[in-house]
Structures are given as C-alpha cells and as structure tokens.
Write a protein that binds this ligand. Structure first.
Ligand SMILES: Nc1ncnc2c1ncn2[C@@H]1O[C@H](COP(=O)(O)OP(=O)(O)O)[C@@H](O)[C@H]1O
Ligand SMILES: [Mg+2]
Length: 325
C-alpha cells in the first residue's frame, strides 16, 4: 500500500493498540527520518498514559498522531502504522496548545480551563481524551495541582475512566503511577553523548529522569556564557539539595554521620554559599537554615516553561539576589 499505510482493525471494546504509528503530516514535512511509535491504551490497565519529556522531544506529535489515527480509522481510511487495533470511540477531545482567544478577551488560562471543563463534562467511558500540558497557563504550583486533580478525576469518576493521553513537563506528576492503578508513566527518550543531548523522539515506558531544559536553551541559541553559568547554577543547586538532605539527617541524628562542630567541609565542596554550619553541640540554629531567596527562586523555576528571554531575565534576577545575600 502506498506510503506504508495499513488497514486498521476496529473493535467494539475499548482497546487501542498502535504499532509503529506515524504522524501523517509531520512525517511528510520532516527532512530527517520520522521515528514511529507504539501506543497501547485500554480502560482496564493502561487508561491514562502520562507522557513526560522536555520541550521538542515529541510529546505533542505522538499524542496528536494517536488521535489522528483513531479519527482516520473511524472515517474508513487506512492509517500510517504497521498495525492498528482500535476500539471505537464516541468522541475525541483534545486540549492542545495555548492560543489566546483575543477576540473574546479571554486569557490563555481561561480558554484552557473552559475547554477542559467542557471535556470533563462531556466525555464518556468510550471517549478518547488528549491533554497537552494542561495547567501550564498558570503558576507552577497551581498548574501542577490542577493537572493532578484532572488526572485523578478522569481516573476515578465512574462516568469517565476513558482512554487518555496526558503530556506534562511536571515531573512530579509521575508519582501518580503509584497512587492510581490505571496511570502509566511514559517518557520521550533522550541520550547524552559527550555532553550533547539527542532527542530520540521515542516513546518509552517510565518517567523521564531529567528535564534537559538547559539543552533546549542551548539549541535556541542562548549565549554559551549563559548556558555555562546555568549549568554551574544547576550543579550547585543539585549539590546543595543533597547537602541539605545530609545536614537534615545529621540534625535528626538519623544516619550517625556526626558532623564535628563547625565542620565546613560540605560547604567547601560545593564551592558556593552553603548553609553556614555554625553549630554548637551539633544543633543548627534557625538562622543557618533560613532559605536563601536566590535558591528559592531557582528551585521554583520551571526551566521547561521558560522562553529564552525569560531565562535571561531570570538569570539576571538570580545574580542580583545572589549578590545581595
Ligand atoms: N517521531 C518523530 N520523529 C522525528 N521527529 C520528530 C518526531 N516527533 C517530533 N519530532 C520533531 O520534534 C519536534 C518537536 O516535537 P513536539 O511534538 O512539538 O515536541 P514537544 O511537544 O515535546 O515539545 C517536531 O517539530 C519534529 O520536528
Ligand atoms: Mg508540545
């Protein structure tokens, strides 16, 4: 068959299995080779696929591709895949992209939530729901809370329980796999070779291990100097998080690594402004554990969400904060 399209098999149950599916439009427009992806959903075990991965890794493409293949199959078309078994869907709901509806004066987030509300009200067990980065239109914690609550609702509400693809850059949401039996973590694979990150555009089981936000900033053309500084800050931040955990453990008498009073070794290793361990009889004073504003800001930053310009502005802000500490 022309274009390696295949005849899909349609079923009355709620299975959805695609083997080596391709996006019919993106595969035509790409110069490089399009990487096919599998997807398996149902209403028993693999109800909600939670797809994590950095920007540009292919989350939106793979989700749209599933929706398109289902649509094509149901209008009687062949589909771009090696195999496709599709349990009939009654509706496909998508919430993708963040286009402002300027004409009606609604903000991005309001549009996002209005559409999500409609989809939650109208879906049935037979529907297919595609949610792409829902919650990104608001602040990080808000967004994460809303995203999580939506997933829980789709999972637990008896009227729903329908096949769902949910892409998110909130890594924290991968915890949901433990809490909700029909949520399955997937990620877009990336490999790092000699400091260069390559996105494989391959959907794999399991949560993403890190975000590669700095790599995306580099691809976007942020100056090398800024990238190097960001890497430095990230390493420091990660180191500090470890050190804080260690200090807490010592403080709680947890792991028996008794730090001698006034021991500055962990701080020195970090090469930065580490918590001043001015300890008397092994106790840290309140002053020592007071959070650093720069550190707090850095922790709250969602690198995946930043535009290159945002990143620069934040970096400037961070440096100012650090200087005043
Ligand atoms: N399966 C694939 N094979 C090859 N290239 C891909 C594939 N999926 C995505 N891409 C490339 O990556 C780009 C970003 O994909 P996108 O789905 O928008 O990523 P994300 O939603 O994770 O930010 C696409 O424009 C395309 O060039
Ligand atoms: Mg996307």
């Amino acid at each position: 068959v022309r274009g390696r399209y295949t005849r899909p098999r349609l079923y009355e149950d709620t299975r959805l299995r695609i083997v080596a599916g391709r996006h019919p439009v993106v595969e035509q427009t790409l110069d490089e080779q399009f990487i096919p992806n599998d997807a398996t959903l149902d209403t028993e075990e693999n109800q909600i696929l939670l797809v994590t991965g950095p920007n540009m890794s292919g989350k939106s493409t793979v989700m749209r591709q599933v929706a398109l293949l289902v649509l094509m199959a149901q209008i009687g078309s062949f589909v771009p895949a090696d195999e496709a078994e599709i349990g009939l869907v009654d509706r496909i709901f998508t919430r993708i992209g963040a286009q402002d509806d300027i004409a009606t004066g609604q903000s991005t987030f309001m549009v996002e939530m209005t559409e999500t509300a409609a989809l939650l009200a109208q879906s049935t067990r037979r529907s297919l729901i595609i949610l792409d980065e829902v919650g990104r239109g608001t602040s990080t914690y808000d967004g994460m809370a809303i995203a999580r609550a939506i997933i829980e609702y789709i999972h637990n509400e008896p009227r729903l329980g329908c096949r769902t693809l949910f892409a998110t850059h909130y890594h924290e949401l991968t915890e949901l796999e433990q809490a909700l039996p029909r949520v399955k973590n997937y990620h877009m694979a990336a490999v790092e070779q000699d400091g260069v990150v390559v996105f494989l555009h391959e959907l794999r089981r399991g949560g993403a291990d890190r975000s590669y936000g700095i790599h995306v900033a580099e691809l976007a053309g942020i100056p090398r100097q800024v990238i190097r500084r960001a890497e430095e800050l990230l390493a420091e931040l990660e180191g500090r998080r470890d050190a804080t955990t260690q200090l807490r453990a010592v403080h709680a008498g947890g792991d028996g690594v008794a730090a001698p009073a006034g021991d500055q070794a962990p701080a020195a290793r970090l090469g930065g402004r580490a918590p001043r361990a001015a300890a008397t009889n092994g106790q840290l004073s309140l002053f020592d554990v007071a959070p650093s504003p720069a550190l707090e800001l850095l922790k709250r930053l969602n690198i995946n969400e930043l535009t290159p310009l945002d990143a620069l502005n934040k970096l400037y802000e961070l440096q100012k904060l650090a200087a005043s500490e």
